[in-house]
Design a protein around this ligand. Structure first.
Ligand code: ATP
Ligand code: MG
Length: 389
């Protein structure tokens, strides 16, 4: 029995002249997603990608799961690469989908014929397959409007491909087709979701994390590595930069007004993020901010922060409420890790009454008490490669 996974292109089908570039990146991402499973054989025809493995005992279930996270795919399914001979293919269909039919009450058959020379046309294939299945599984009945199961028989390139309803793919655009963004990754719930959202729009992701030892622990750092690893299942392998931020935070605390501590700290974070982004050729910084969530996420505070940005700052969650973000964090399996209780550097020295509408002139005046350039130049940054282990 030859199995294959069929993947249907998503938004790529709308692309015009540069479609090839999108396809090439998509195929590379597909190959990476199944690289640990066996020796993949990957082909494309008519907006469909066919993935099979040279090894007969390859884990197709795991491959399907990995591929369901690849952006740029609208739907996917395991399928049987059945015989070209119609009667043999019908028997194979009954056997291959037996479990599905046993648990269903109604079905319909959808036939597609890419191979126009085939001896039967699509309506004939549908009618004959329906008859055969009704006879083999007498408890079934046909429902062409709302069937519990749709059986697909697709004739192409010397085979009849047999499968039941496909599952939804990850959607979006292939990660890497919309450039490269640097995600500010805290240990919280929001920022991994923000990275996921931008990867879904085709961005390749690198990440930067700010830590403040001894106020933040090694466990907090490990938590961020784990989040980055989970995110990489969607975005692909990434580089994680870690910024040693203690000295800067202490200087702000010692020299600047307490109520402006957070906004000044965030301006330092953004300056450093922009600098790292430029050095790794990322063209945007991504954050998990959501309007009004905390004092530093008001429009006024964001204005003060963005005044130091040298690159666009993408905030894909700006209009999302917390529950929507939590739902997505469950979807990408980061929630349980995000709620592990370790300190983030943002919560170190947090003022009791942060300004929700700081004035840029006040912020700049306070900041002038520090030697901004020198502090940023002295900061220690380490770098590690993160993949999904
Ligand atoms: P999150 O759940 O992502 O931590 P939050 O609600 O706790 O978000 P803040 O602490 O104000 O919000 O942080 C807002 C954004 O700033 C985060 O989503 C993240 O992008 C960035 N950020 C905060 N702390 C850090 C950090 N230690 N390292 C890197 N980025 C950070
Ligand atoms: Mg946070």
């Amino acid at each position: 029995m030859n199995e294959v996974i069929l993947l249907k292109y998503g938004e790529i089908v709308l692309k015009g002249l540069n479609r090839r570039r999108f396809e090439e990146i998509l195929l590379k991402n597909i190959r990476n997603a199944v690289s640990g499973i066996g020796t993949p054989e990957i082909q494309t025809a008519q907006s469909t990608v066919y993935v099979s493995f040279a090894e007969a005992d390859a884990d197709y279930g795991r491959a399907l799961e990995n591929l369901s996270r690849v952006f740029g795919i609208s739907a996917l399914t395991r399928a049987l690469q059945g015989s070209y001979d119609f009667n043999t293919a019908l028997q194979e269909c009954g056997d291959y989908l037996e479990e599905v039919f046993q648990t269903a009450g109604t079905f319909k058959v959808t036939a597609k014929r890419a191979d126009k020379k085939y001896c039967l046309n699509s309506p004939q294939i549908g009618a004959l397959a329906g008859e055969y299945l009704l006879e083999k599984f007498p408890h079934l009945s046909v429902d062409v409007h709302t069937p519990q199961v749709t059986v697909f028989l697709e004739v192409r390139e010397g085979h009849i491909y047999i499968h039941a309803d496909p599952v939804r793919g990850a959607g979006g655009l292939p990660a890497g087709t919309s450039g490269h963004g640097l995600l500010m990754l805290s240990g919280g719930i929001d920022s991994p979701v923000a990275g996921y959202r931008m990867a879904k729009r085709g961005m390749r992701i690198s990440a930067v994390h700010f830590e403040s030892p001894p106020y933040t622990s090694e466990r907090a750092k490990m938590k961020v590595e784990k989040l980055a690893s989970k995110l990489s299942l969607y975005s692909g392998e990434m580089i994680l930069y870690t910024v040693h931020f203690t000295e800067i935070q202490e200087q702000i605390r010692n020299c600047c007004r307490e109520d402006l501590f957070t906004v000044i700290m965030r301006r330092f974070m953004l300056r450093i993020a922009c600098k790292i982004a430029a050095s790794c050729k990322a063209t945007a910084v991504i954050t998990g901010e959501s309007l009004g969530q905390v004092a530093s996420q008001t429009a006024g505070a964001i204005l003060c922060t963005d005044a130091v940005a040298s690159l666009p700052v993408f905030r894909p969650l700006i209009g999302s409420d917390k529950q929507e973000i939590i739902d997505l964090s469950y979807h990408i399996d980061t929630f349980e890790t995000s709620i592990e209780p370790y300190e983030d550097c943002c919560t170190v020295f947090t003022p009791k009454h942060p300004k929700t509408s700081p004035r840029l002139a006040d912020v700049e005046k306070e900041e002038a008490k520090l030697n901004v350039e020198e502090l940023i130049d002295a900061v220690v940054i380490t770098k590690e490669r993160i993949s999904h282990a």
